[in-house]
Design a protein. Structure first.
Length: 166
């Protein structure tokens, strides 16, 4: 029951060892285990940090859905402010064990008051509007173009390193 809530089939993972599961599958199993305790809150400490971008988005959307459907409060501990901006209703930025800012994600991201918050925001990579990035396709997401046979949907595109063709 809990595995299906997180998008896994019991038969698909039952006979696998942990080392045989992908990062996303491991996260889903961990979430299913937490849900089995019928929590009112979940503490998610760097829960998507080790995942690639596409899997990270799936897991974050899963957390949102579970919270919305079950009323479970989520407390995310992360250095990735983009995760916070995607999920949180309220954000507390901590520096050296002290809360230095507390507000809505929009206010924190648009008008950071503390230097540490500004550094966290600056650490988020941004390729928006850039075509000079190695491996960049040079066109906006959703537009037709790029290499022949490349889907226009960025979620279907294969990521390459260093701009090399696989």
């Amino acid at each position: 029951m809990y595995l299906t809530r997180v998008g896994l089939s019991a038969t698909a993972v039952a006979d696998k060892r942990a080392a045989e599961l992908s990062g996303g599958e491991k996260q889903r199993v961990a979430i299913a285990r937490a849900l089995a305790a019928s929590p009112i809150a979940m503490v998610c400490d760097e829960s998507v940090a080790a995942l690639d971008v596409s899997v990270r988005a799936v897991i974050l959307n899963l957390f949102q859905r579970i919270s919305r459907e079950s009323g479970i409060a989520l407390l995310f501990i992360t250095h990735d402010i983009s995760v916070v901006a995607h999920l949180a209703d309220r954000v507390a930025v901590m520096c050296e064990g002290r809360v230095v800012e507390f507000d809505t994600p929009n206010r924190i991201v648009e008008d950071p008051q503390h230097e540490y918050t500004r550094r966290l925001i600056a650490a988020v990579p941004s390729f928006e509007g850039r075509t000079d990035v190695p491996g960049s396709l040079g066109f906006a997401a959703g537009q037709a173009g790029g290499c022949a046979g490349t889907p226009a949907d960025p979620q279907q595109q294969m990521t390459t390193t260093g701009g090399e063709t696989p």
